[in-house]
Write a protein that binds this ligand. Sequence first.
Ligand code: SF4
Length: 348
Amino acid sequence: MTQRKAVALISGGLDSMLATRAVMEQGVHVEGINFFTGFCVEGHTHAIRKQDRAKPKRNNALWVAEQLGIRLHIVDIVEEYKDVVLNPQHGYGANLNPCLDCKIFMVGKAREWMEANGFDFIITGEVIGQRPKSQRKQTMPIVARESGADDLLLRPLCARNLAPTVPEREGWVDREQLFNFSGRSRKPQMALAERFGLEDYAQPAGGCCFLTDESYSRKLADLWQHRGEKRYELDDIMLLKVGRHLRPRPHFKLIVAREEGESRFLQGYRKQFTYLETLSHGGPLTLVEGDELSAEDLTLAARIVARFSQGRDAECVEVAITQPGDVEPRRLSIAPLPADDVEQSWYV
Ligand code: SF4
């Protein structure tokens, strides 16, 4: 009998890990696929920020693949994914997370990969009723249909609550050995993990994608609003993950590093942006996003930066301002903006 081959969407969380393992147990050859959208939380942020340093700096998808002993294909979908974020046909979730469209897109990409690589079916770790919008019973057929995967899409964790798919009907996998999980409880997953002897796994998803984060979504909405159009580049969405964002005037925004790690990260953007550094006192590197900055704008920016520096209580702080193309920075000695003058509404 030919060994069947399945491609599993690996997010790095427990569910896709269990779903994959359940199918591997049945003798199917499984390889994993993971998509890089630019909005992923792990790795990047955890590596930059001190408060996150205690968290493992592993790429969870790679780590899961390693635990399972399978190959993992990481696919960069940054460009194509823009349309999912900008124009979700099924709308957004609680924040700017287009979960249903995202699922359809990713399963669709997995289908293309499956066809190109001579695989037989697709596995996801979805569980009915687990997520408010994207994993309801009604949405399961939408993902299968609109991705073009139809009944080549197997969800091992809840398969027995759904109509039999091709892999089950053809006997490539035994439906009886699949599961009927549903709802938000994590207990069945924990029990299955124990049965499989899996002790270490990433905490349930939700924390894996910045689009589900309220503060991140607010910054993204602010970016679109002030650009006058819904558009982004990879650098934009990376920078929304870092620093305090303040918009003291509609035409410019400051990205103020919150700590050394962020200052170092922002240094990589110095050529593209106007940036400010404090010279007389320790302080955060700050990027200014915006065009046609007047002398008054730059002075205000410098006073805000001084406010966030160690010279916040000094009479005067020396700030260097460098604009793209400048050979030498301009130096300003200015009074830090009083705390009360930093308006709450400036915080994006
Ligand atoms: S949380 Fe993010 S990655 Fe996950 S389905 Fe929603 S939009 Fe896609």
